[in-house]
Every structure is written in C-alpha cells, then in structure tokens.
Design a protein around this ligand. Structure first.
Ligand SMILES: NC(=O)C1=CN([C@@H]2O[C@H](COP(=O)(O)OP(=O)(O)OC[C@H]3O[C@@H](n4cnc5c(N)ncnc54)[C@H](OP(=O)(O)O)[C@@H]3O)[C@@H](O)[C@H]2O)C=CC1
Ligand SMILES: N[C@@H](CC=O)C(=O)O
Ligand code: NA
Length: 441
C-alpha cells in the first residue's frame, strides 16, 4: 500500500526530508511505501540540491492540501501565514499533517489541534522542538506514565553556539553573532533566536505536552542573550558557572480547592553550575532535561537543527502516520472520525495557569559598578537584607574606570523581593550602575 506525501517547502528541511524519502535503503521498510506526490515551493526557477521530476513541483500550494490523492501533508515552509491556513485547509480535507513549524504551532496550536481532532486526523511535530532529538513523542508516549515536574532545555542552537564561543574565546556578543551569520548558523534576521523568541515557542510546546494544558505564548517570560557580556561570562566562570540560554517549564504551585495548579514558564540566560548536565551542552547542540515521577531525570541530547537531523524527525512522524494508515487505525482519505490513537493526538482543551515572574523563587547573580570606598559592600548587604534577600557570595574582583566591580550571588529568593532590593540599591549614591542581573539555576 503506497501513501502519498505532499511537501510544502523544499528548503533546508524539505530537501533533507525528500532525500530520506527517496533513499529507503537500510531504513525502516515502511519508507518504501511512501511516495512524494507533489512539492510546493515559492519559485520554480531556483536551482535545487535535489533532483526531483520537474512536474512534481508547483507554486500552487493550495492544490496540494486539497489534492484528494494525498494522504499526508508535510509543512516545512515555515512562517505564520500561509502556513497556518494551509495546515487548516489540509486538515479540513482529511489530510494528516507533519510540521516542523514551532512558530505556527506555538501560536495557533489550539486552533490546529481542535480542527485536527474534529476531522479525525493527526498533526505531528517532532521536528518543531530539538530538531532531530526525539522529545515530542517521548513526552507523549514513552514518559506517559510519569508525573512530569520540570522540563529544562537548551533548545536554541544559534544562541548556544554564540554563548559557547563567547565562553571559549572571551569574545563579545556582537562579534560572535556576526561570525555566526557568516557561517550560516544565525539567520539574516537573528531576532527570533537571539531574543529568545524561538526558544519561547519551543518551551511553550514542550510545557503543553508535559503538563497537559494549552499555553498562552504571551504568558511565557522571555529574555534573550543580547545583554550577556564577556565580563559576565568571565565572572560566572570564576564562580563555577557557565551561562546558557535556558528554557524552563515547571510546576510552580499545586492545585488547591480555591486555585488551580500554576506553572512557571520562562526563557532567559542563566548561570548553570559547571557540574550540571546542561553545562556541557555546547555549540549548536540542544539538550532537554526532563524530571518526572517515578523516572527521575532523563536527558535528550543531539542536533537541534540542520537538514538531516530535522528531516529525521519529520520522516519519523510521517512513518508514524503511515503505520496508523497501514494498520487501518485511521481512514485513508476523507472519512472524518475521532483520531484513534490518544498517545499521538493532542487533545487537551484547558489553558494552564502561569505564575507571575514576581512569584518565582530562584537565585540571582548581579554585577554592580560602585564607588570604591569602604562600606559600599555593607550598604549593598543592608538593601538586600531589607527585602529578605540572603546572599550566598559577594566578591569584588575588578576595577573599571576607577569604579569597583562587585558581584553578588543570592540564595533562593522570591523574584519580587529581589527586584525591590535592586530598586533601593539603584537609589544609593555610591552605586554607579547595576551592570547586569541574571538568574542562577
Ligand atoms: N532549518 C532548520 O534547521 C530547522 C527548521 N525548522 C523549521 O522548519 C521549517 C522550514 O525551515 P527551513 O527548511 O530552514 O526553511 P527554508 O527557508 O530553507 O525553506 C522554506 C521552503 O518553503 C518554501 N516557501 C516558503 N514560503 C513559501 C510560500 N509562501 N509559498 C510557497 N513556498 C514557500 C520555500 O520555497 P523556495 O525554495 O522556492 O524559496 C522553501 O522551499 C520552519 O518552520 C523552521 O522553523 C525546524 C527545526 C530546524
Ligand atoms: N533557529 C533554530 C533552528 C531550529 O529550530 C536554532 O537556532 O535552534
Ligand atoms: Na525533536
């Protein structure tokens, strides 16, 4: 039985996907049952890295998602529109969908999965988070017996590459970003990566699966890495940390009779103790650490981007759907029914409650430039004490333009208290500037 695949996009991921589909040798035997039926692109004149019959390609993407012969639509074109509309149209025409599009899923997931469940089709998205790293299906299936408490990930390769080079070479952000763009790691417009937006999309998706509720993207706290300086990386190093852009989703409070459970979901540069398993995840690699009961910690590590790794995830989703079709567990064409496999579908309806950042309890690192005279450290300590912020360490390491540089690391404190203490510190005449504030894992 052959299953027909319609590809929307033949760029990096689309080409990698087509390459696997065209070369089934020594791969899963079901691959031989998959056929590329149509491929949608923006330009027919572009030279391609893959040799496909010219009549397979079209710029009419709507004709693919409505084609009665196509069983599975693979959306690897990216962007919000027309990707969203084409996915919805494919679903309305009874197609199963595989997508790598974290931006569209993080924003329109509720609409897309509701439509898919009503139409009795699957929308699978393994490639959307961690590229080739299997993490979506494990959260849906292999870890299904667990009560997940925490998901912490390095889920943006571009920023991890930039931070790793800053760490290794003592270089500044702007310098390494320019290199990353030259090497093709960072996009021409690197905003989504360096400002943490790409990681925010991805952690929203992971949190939704881990905690079984929809996530409003606007409630995900998001800070990027532009403000991380070579000086912070050097101080962190001396204090036994590396700085990573972490995406964190956790249960913040358990539900009570009067209030629902709250989650914390946040993306920000973080000082990670060198002994932590995520500290040694470098360059463009991604890793996702999941903590659950009873499994404890489990970490997924690998390549989070690139043609081959991402296509590996796309094709595994196609195979999952083809297997369901072959086993007759879902209709082959347009006979809507409830999706048969609850471990493959996304069926949660409610929105998870997200705790405000002021409620977060965490450690902080802060760097101050102060006048260099006796008693300044004492004044800082008093301000922190006034707001019940307890300090783990205070060091004065360097001098800058006649000013002393003081670095503090706090114990766990409510973020609200820490911010109030900072306000008081800013008003001290002996404080020239609060040069940086970062959270500590
Ligand atoms: N690249 C990566 O490593 C990863 C990418 N992803 C996700 O995968 C998706 C694809 O990314 P990637 O392959 O890098 O993107 P590319 O820009 O390399 O490719 C996009 C493809 O889609 C086609 N396309 C885009 N818009 C339209 C349109 N409006 N009409 C017709 N065709 C269109 C382009 O056509 P043409 O070729 O004619 O220009 C191109 O073939 C994105 O959602 C991305 O976030 C996820 C994980 C990793
Ligand atoms: N821009 C992303 C690519 C994959 O999602 C990244 O840098 O990780
Ligand atoms: Na993945």
């Amino acid at each position: 039985m052959t299953f027909k695949v319609g590809l929307l996009g033949l760029g990096t991921v689309g080409t990698g996907t087509a390459q696997i589909l065209l070369d089934a040798t020594q791969r899963h035997p079901l691959l031989k049952e998959l056929e590329i039926h149509r491929v949608g692109v923006r330009s027919l004149d572009k030279s391609r890295e893959i040799d496909l019959p010219a009549d397979l390609l079209t710029t009419d993407l709507e004709s693919i998602v409505t084609d009665p012969n196509i069983d599975i639509v693979v959306e690897v074109m990216g962007g919000l529109e027309p990707a969203r509309s084409l996915i919805l149209q494919a679903i309305a025409h009874g197609k199963h969908v595989v997508t790598a599009n974290k931006a569209a899923i993080a924003r329109y997931g509720a609409e897309i999965f509701t439509a898919a469940n009503e139409a009795g089709v699957y929308v699978l998205l393994e490639a959307a988070v961690g590229g080739g790293i299997p993490v979506i299906q494990p959260l849906k299936q292999s870890l299904g017996a667990n009560r997940i408490d925490t998901v912490i990930g390095i889920i943006n390769g571009t920023t991890n590459y930039i931070l790793t080079r800053m760490q290794n070479e003592g270089a500044d952000f702007a310098e390494v970003l320019a290199d990353a763009q030259r090497l093709g790691y960072a996009e021409a417009d690197p905003t989504a990566d360096v400002d943490g937006l790409d990681a925010a999309d991805k952690i929203a998706i992971l949190a939704s699966l881990a905690f079984g509720g929809r996530i409003k993207l606007a409630e995900v706290h998001c800070e990027g890495i532009r403000q991380v300086s070579a000086a912070d990386i050097a101080y962190a190093e001396r204090l036994g940390f590396v700085i990573k852009l972490l995406a964190i989703a956790k249960r913040n409070t358990v539900s009570t009779e009067n209030a629902p459970e709250q989650l914390q979901i946040r993306v920000h540069p973080t000082l990670v103790p060198k002994s932590h398993p995520l500290a040694s995840v470098n360059d463009v690699y991604n890793a996702i650490l999941v903590e659950g009961d009873p499994i404890g910690q489990v970490m997924f590590f690998g390549r989070g981007a690139g043609a081959g790794p991402t296509a590996s995830a796309v094709v595994s989703d196609i195979l999952n759907i083809a297997a369901m079709l072959q086993a007759n567990l879902v209709p082959v064409s347009t006979q809507p029914t409830q999706a048969a496999h609850p471990l493959l579908a996304c069926s949660h309806q409610h929105y998870s409650a997200i705790a405000p950042m002021t409620d977060l309890v965490t450690r902080f690192y802060a760097r101050f430039l102060t006048k260099d005279y006796p008693g300044v450290i004492g004044k800082l300590g008093t301000c922190f004490g006034n707001h019940q912020v307890s300090l783990e360490s205070v060091v004065q390491i360097g001098n800058q333009d006649g000013l002393a540089e003081i670095v503090v690391v706090t114990h766990d404190v409510p973020e609200g208290n820490f911010r109030q203490a900072l306000e008081e510190i800013r008003s001290l005449s002996s404080i020239s500037s609060v040069s940086s504030v970062l959270r500590v894992l």
